[in-house]
Design a protein around this ligand. Structure first.
Ligand code: 13P
Length: 335
């Protein structure tokens, strides 16, 4: 087994999943201000450190995606954040794209930037202790979008990123996120997500990326959040599996879904059904941001000194998702 494949399996094998705690300072500020906590570097660290030192890190969370600010911070116990995460039994990772910008040629769409100087930044992150990385391409659905231009330029960037990351002995998380915003149907989401994922793999193969050493982080197949024709959770699971079965080469060890604006319960329930019906060899796990943190953040914001209480809520969500990643979750386990 290759070293990269080994790392990928450590992150999402045995029901483990990923905590996406890589919100940019701008996004984290919005999240903190929504619960009336001032967004200072210290507060951002206090909340994140509470999660990173939770007991579920050993049993449920195989990897944590960090943001540049966090990976360079020092914990309250005076160790590096990457050391804290490793000591808790998980692997540290880092978001390396520099964000989605207006796509020249199709200004209502986005292209993710960050390739310039990436090789040097990767070396630095590797030295600090990162074992894997993340890059997110983002696509919106309308009648004409995502355009061919957005699909191919983002796939190209994801592939160049992945090749550079593997050159530096880290596992790239390849995240093409087709957004759930809009009135589109689940069928539209299915078709457009399929086009996006197929193009990504065409480019990954062209750039000689070792598919055994990546993790795909896609959206589930959902009707748009403003669609009048919502589909059942069973249909979400079945369409999601069908899409991935058709579009993802079998060498890929695993898939870790983003939550993308689903509620905590929805994200858990859909993941559970995907695993119940999973007739592929892919590991189907989670790489959730909001769906792992929302309740914990809300609780913490009311008393930022109550670390134990915050951890209890986070541990529960992590455990529920780890059960779902094995198809063993049921609603009566929720508190
Ligand atoms: P959500 O699970 O909140 O969508 O975040 C996952 C992520 O990392 C988005 O890039």
């Amino acid at each position: 087994m290759s070293e990269l494949n080994n790392i990928a399996l450590k992150i999402i094998g045995k029901g483990k999943g990923i905590l996406a705690a890589d919100e940019s300072t701008g996004t984290m500020t919005k999240r903190l201000e929504s619960v009336n906590v001032p967004s200072t570097p210290k507060n951002r660290l206090v909340f994140r450190e509470a999660l990173f030192s939770s007991t579920s890190m050993a049993d449920c969370i195989g990897g944590v995606i960090l943001y540049d600010e966090t990976i360079k911070q020092i914990s309250s116990k005076k160790n590096k954040i990457t050391e804290l995460i490793s000591e808790m039994g998980s692997l540290p990772g880092i978001k390396v794209d520099t964000g989605a910008k207006v796509l020249a040629g199709s200004p209502d769409e986005k292209i993710t930037e960050g390739l310039d100087g990436l090789r040097e930044r990767l070396k630095e992150y590797y030295k600090i202790g990162a074992k894997f990385t993340k890059w997110r391409g983002v696509y919106n659905i309308t009648k004409e979008f995502p355009s061919k231009l957005a699909i191919s330029s983002n796939a190209h960037a994801l592939a160049r990123y992945s090749a550079l990351v593997q050159e530096c002995n880290m596992v790239p998380i390849v995240e093409p996120e087709v957004l759930m915003d809009g009135e589109h149907s689940a069928k539209d989401c299915y078709e457009k997500t399929s086009n996006v994922i197929e193009k990504c793999f065409e480019e990954l193969i062209f750039h000689k990326v070792d598919l055994k050493g990546i993790i795909l982080k896609p959206n589930m197949i959902l009707a748009g959040n403003m669609s009048k024709n919502k589909i059942s959770n069973n249909e979400v699971a079945k369409l999601t599996l069908k899409c991935l079965k058709n579009c993802v080469p079998t060498e890929v060890p695993g898939i870790a879904f983003l939550s993308g604006g689903q509620s905590e319960l929805e994200a858990t329930e859909n993941l559970n059904l995907i695993n119940k019906y999973n007739d592929t060899n892919f590991i189907m796990s989670y790489s959730y941001g909001r769906a792992l943190q929302q309740s914990a953040l809300k609780f913490w914001s009311k008393d930022i000194k109550n670390i134990k209480g915050t951890q209890k809520i986070f541990n529960h969500r992590a455990k529920m998702n780890t059960l779902a990643a094995q198809g063993n979750w049921s609603k009566d386990l929720e508190i």
